[in-house]
Write a protein that binds this ligand. Structure first.
Ligand code: HEM
Length: 431
């Protein structure tokens, strides 16, 4: 969502990618508690984070780590109720200066964006763009989402493996994003590319820091052009750009702040839904009896969508910064300390979700997952995401008997964005 790489850089571009202190092969149950550092993308890539979190929930639910040279000391909250309490308390826990553990990326100042602002500025900017994803607007968009889903699913190959992420998840989320921005449809893949540039350390994309800055400059230039075009009296369009351009609160946003909010809206609506769309296919493949439940009863799809989002938790954490000294479970958190609220852990907390490590599409409290956060920053696009996922599963059931995952998925090396890069699938059409 915000610039949130897992590995930081130093001055020398050759050393862009500093190895994390804790390696992915560390034994979650044997490593010293104080050495556990979850801000390590490789641990998520290797899917070992669940075990580390389980240990922390049991032995040290409010955990302190101070050995990561790139981000400095930080606290980890791992229990559902602690995360919920902090996320709901913006008076004592600030979203400024950043919602990622890293304070800056590549030495760049962070672009201001409303996810990393406190009231009143946050509320004003959020209020400006939220009509683009209001329930009323979504009603209008429902048919469009369905027709695009149909187009994409009708084109997938059958009987032969293809990358579901590229062919379906990215294509559908990019089309949706293009709609929300009213971005030139033919150029929509630029949005995905910029989203990747924003979230991925350049070395992992095979580009230099200079390339990255050039791409961001192109992104800003393109959007500034659209912003100016759409800034006129009487423009009542509900796309993100028109809303920003015509509200007195945001009409004068400068380059960096405009870029910051665009970054938020591009990434917020992109990686998260994309990864839920891919992960759901994997989970249904791994749990055929759960897939059978939605085949037998389509009205369970909304509940299945929530369970997919809980089980994947596409954004592993959000950071807050303590505005005053606070005690949580006997731990003394000082004013100014960084705190990671690990949604990825809260969503697997046994004391809240019985059989939390199991994928159960009709679990009773499924809608109470924390993947969208809580409080004033609760995900603005949650309804759009749920609508997209619901419709994709409705349309999958109409066409396919089974989506078979034929090899291990390739996962993203990131502790903030929890995602899948490559998911090879064979689609078996209905007989
Ligand atoms: C499954 C999909 C999604 C997940 C898991 C997700 C998750 C999140 C989370 C965890 C937050 C921060 C909550 C907090 O700090 O308490 C957030 C905020 C946000 N999300 Fe999402 N999101 C998803 C889809 C979307 C979509 C589709 C959009 C836009 C179209 C979007 C736009 C935003 C925005 C603008 C914010 C900032 C809200 C604020 O600061 O007030 N998200 N999201």
């Amino acid at each position: 969502m915000e610039n949130a790489p897992d590995e930081n850089v130093d001055e020398n571009p050759e050393e862009l990618y500093r190895a994390p202190m804790m390696t992915a092969d560390a034994d979650p149950w044997a490593v010293a508690l104080e050495d556990i550092d979850l801000a390590t993308g490789r641990v998520f890539q290797a899917q070992k984070h669940h075990e580390f979190f389980e240990r922390l929930r049991q032995e040290n639910p409010v955990h302190y780590h101070d050995k990561n040279p790139d981000i400095g000391p930080y606290w980890s909250l791992t229990k559902y109720e602690d995360i919920m309490a902090v996320d709901s308390d913006f008076q004592r826990f600030s979203s400024e200066p950043s919602i990622a553990l890293f304070d800056e990326l590549l030495g760049e100042q962070r672009a201001p964006m409303f996810i990393a602002m406190d009231p009143p500025k946050h509320d004003i900017q959020r209020g400006t763009v939220s009509p683009a994803v209001s329930p009323l607007r979504l009603k209008d968009l429902d048919q469009l989402i369905r027709s695009r889903t149909v187009e994409v699913l009708d084109e997938v190959p059958t009987g032969t493996p293809f990358n579901w992420v590229e062919t379906v998840s990215i294509e559908l989320t990019t089309r949706m994003l293009a709609t929300l921005f009213d971005f030139p449809f033919e150029e929509r893949r630029k949005l995905t590319f910029w989203s990747d540039v924003i979230t991925t350390p350049p070395i992992l994309m095979g580009i230099t820091i200079e390339d990255r800055l050039n791409h961001l400059a192109e992104c800003l230039q393109t959007f500034t052009g659209l912003f100016k075009e759409r800034q006129f009296e009487g423009n009542e369009s509900q796309d993100f750009i028109s809303l920003l351009a015509n509200n007195p609160a945001t009409a004068k946003l400068d380059g960096v702040e405009l870029l910051g909010n665009l970054m938020l809206l591009i990434v917020g609506g992109n990686d998260t839904t994309r990864n839920s769309m891919s992960a759901g296919v994997l989970f249904m493949h791994e749990n055929p009896s759960e897939f059978q439940k939605i085949k037998d009863n389509e009205s369970l799809i909304p509940s299945a969508v929530s369970e997919i989002i809980r089980y994947q938790t596409p954004l592993s954490y959000m950071r807050r910064t303590a505005k005053e000294d606070v005690e949580i479970r006997g731990q003394q958190i000082k004013k100014g300390d960084k705190i990671a609220m690990w949604y990825a852990s809260g969503n697997r907390d046994e004391s809240f979700f019985p059989d939390a490590d199991k994928f159960i599409i009709d679990r009773p409290n499924v809608r109470r997952h924390m993947a969208f956060g809580f409080g004033i920053h609760r995900c603005m696009g949650n309804r759009v995401a749920e609508a997209q996922l619901r419709i994709v599963w409705e349309e999958i059931l109409k066409r396919f008997d089974r989506l078979e995952v034929v090899c291990e998925p390739e996962r993203v090396e990131h502790s903030f964005v929890h995602g899948i890069k490559d998911l090879q699938v064979i689609a078996h059409p209905k007989g």
